[in-house]
Design a protein. Structure first.
Length: 486
């Protein structure tokens, strides 16, 4: 986080207010440090002093994946943060070499070449490392246990916020720029409506997905164990159910189960393993059988895809920008929320660098820039979720169905073609736009198909099975040599 330029002689200090001290809020504060002299973060919670749970982040107990597209955005805002995560216990997991995944169309192969990666750790650890880097910066302060009451200003410009402090006093915080990072519970449409900014379109696709998660002690010697992910299939005429093992810090496995409407997991500890065995392949249930539980089962159900099209509002006030979950929330099974937030904050920073923090039109241009990474994740999530039985929201159009069939073909091809694996992972990790999937080489490969026979079971090595204390029950599968023609 670089220091802002000091106020010129006679110029008032530049002030920014960030609503919310979650990941998006911390990243926004880091980005604004380049342009603002004073940055005030308004947070309703008491922030923990270590890698511990936060009251208003109930989803933190479930598997969170930070794709490389998000990592690179955060690194551009907080140089060195990846090294700090790893030093704190997070893992950098290479893809596709360390991913054991059952897609809707079959098992992915584990090619020997790393093309992408992700950061795996608990959400509490990830946020704590970021807070430690952001909060000591000059000019940054946090008002904890403080409630946002209203936006100040009018329909043409937001000039600050009105808050109620922990002591019960009301204050107005003046700002050249207010950034809403308050998350999925944002009240921005209502607060803007009170200023006369209306007609904000909201779309939603809801599968009724519920998460259930539990921490286990990883088996002795399983320190480099891969991610194991059994995905659901939206084309099957039954609820979509999935299971994932995410290796996290301190020698633990975070196991998350999920089910769409009619097939939800519960908090019952004695049903957890059985649910994991009941999904499309029982490998997750088999791997955790006999493992020591380290926590109770926690559930979370507020998982609808919801997008607020702030960038399309007919009138948009200067001095106000929304980013992260305040703009869009996604079905968490795709792991895109944190990466989209990071890329949105980076887009905001780039616009301020170009125009200046008080420039006319900044807010509108920034909101449109934020919409680009948001749109990629939105198309990926809703393009699949609308096909689940019981999903509510928009009905699949003819175009949706055509694209769905093409994505199915890509997934099938990716089970035996390295070129398509690379392209799909490029988009899934938010390293490339969704248009990368229609490049001529990718389309041609999809027409040809996988090229290799399907795997008959999860591609776990003998060493990995031994480290987990499990005998091999499937035919042995080695890591595949990379080949663009495979």
């Amino acid at each position: 986080m670089s220091e802002p330029q000091r106020p010129d002689e006679g110029r008032a200090p530049r002030r920014a207010v960030v609503i919310g001290a979650g990941l998006a809020g911390m990243l926004a504060a880091a980005a604004l440090g380049e342009f603002a002299d004073e940055i005030t973060i308004v947070e309703r919670d008491t922030l923990p002093t270590g890698p511990e749970p936060r009251k208003h982040l109930p989803q933190a107990g479930h598997a969170h994946i930070l794709w490389c597209g998000g990592v690179e955005a955060i690194e551009s805002l907080l140089p060195g943060v990846t090294a700090r995560w790893l030093a704190a216990g997070a893992r950098r997991i290479p893809l596709p070499t360390a991913m054991v995944g059952l897609s809707p169309q079959g098992w992915y192969r584990r090619w020997t070449e790393e093309t992408h990666y992700l950061i795996a750790c608990s959400r509490d650890l990830l946020d704590w490392v970021v807070r430690k880097q952001v909060l000591p910066a000059p000019g940054v302060k946090v008002l904890q246990r403080t409630k946002l009451l209203a936006l100040e200003g009018d329909s043409s410009r937001v000039t600050g916020v009105r808050v109620r402090t922990a002591e019960g006093a009301e204050r107005v915080l003046a700002a050249d720029l207010v950034v809403d990072c308050s998350g999925r519970g944002t009240r921005a449409p209502q607060l803007l409506g009170a200023l006369g900014v209306e007609d904000i379109r909201v779309d939603e696709v809801d599968t009724g997905l519920v998460y259930a998660s539990r921490l286990f002690r990883a088996p002795e010697g399983a320190g480099e164990f891969p991610i194991v992910n059994v995905q659901s299939n939206a084309r099957e005429p039954r609820p979509g159910q999935a299971a994932v093992i995410l290796p996290v810090e301190d020698g633990r496995w975070l196991v998350t189960l999920s089910g769409t409407r009619g097939g939800e997991p519960t908090k019952a500890a004695d049903a957890f393993e059985a649910f994991a065995r009941s999904v499309r392949h029982p490998v997750v249930g088999e791997l955790i059988s006999g493992a020591e539980p380290l926590s109770d089962v926690v559930t979370f159900g507020n998982t609808a895809n919801r997008r607020r099209y702030f960038e399309k509002a007919r009138g948009w006030p200067e001095g106000f920008v929304a980013v992260g979950d305040a703009v869009a929330t996604f079905n968490p099974v795709y792991g895109h929320g944190m990466s989209v937030a990071a890329q949105g904050v980076r887009a905001l920073r780039d616009q301020i660098r170009t125009l200046g923090i008080t420039a006319p039109g900044l807010a509108r241009r920034a909101q449109r820039a934020i919409a680009k990474p948001t749109g990629t994740a939105w198309d990926l999530a809703t393009g699949l979720d609308i096909f689940y039985p019981g999903a509510t929201g928009k009905e699949p159009s003819a175009v949706d169905r055509l694209l769905g069939r093409y994505v199915d073909r890509l997934m099938l091809t990716s089970t035996g073609n390295f070129l398509v694996v690379d392209a799909l992972t490029d988009v899934m990790t938010l390293s490339a736009p969704i248009t990368a999937l229609v490049r001529p080489r990718v389309v041609l490969a999809a027409l040809r198909g996988p090229g290799l026979p399907p795997l008959t079971g999860p591609p776990l090595t003998d060493e990995e099975l031994h480290s987990a204390g499990k005998p091999r029950s499937e035919p042995k599968t080695e890591l595949e040599t990379d080949s663009a023609d495979a």
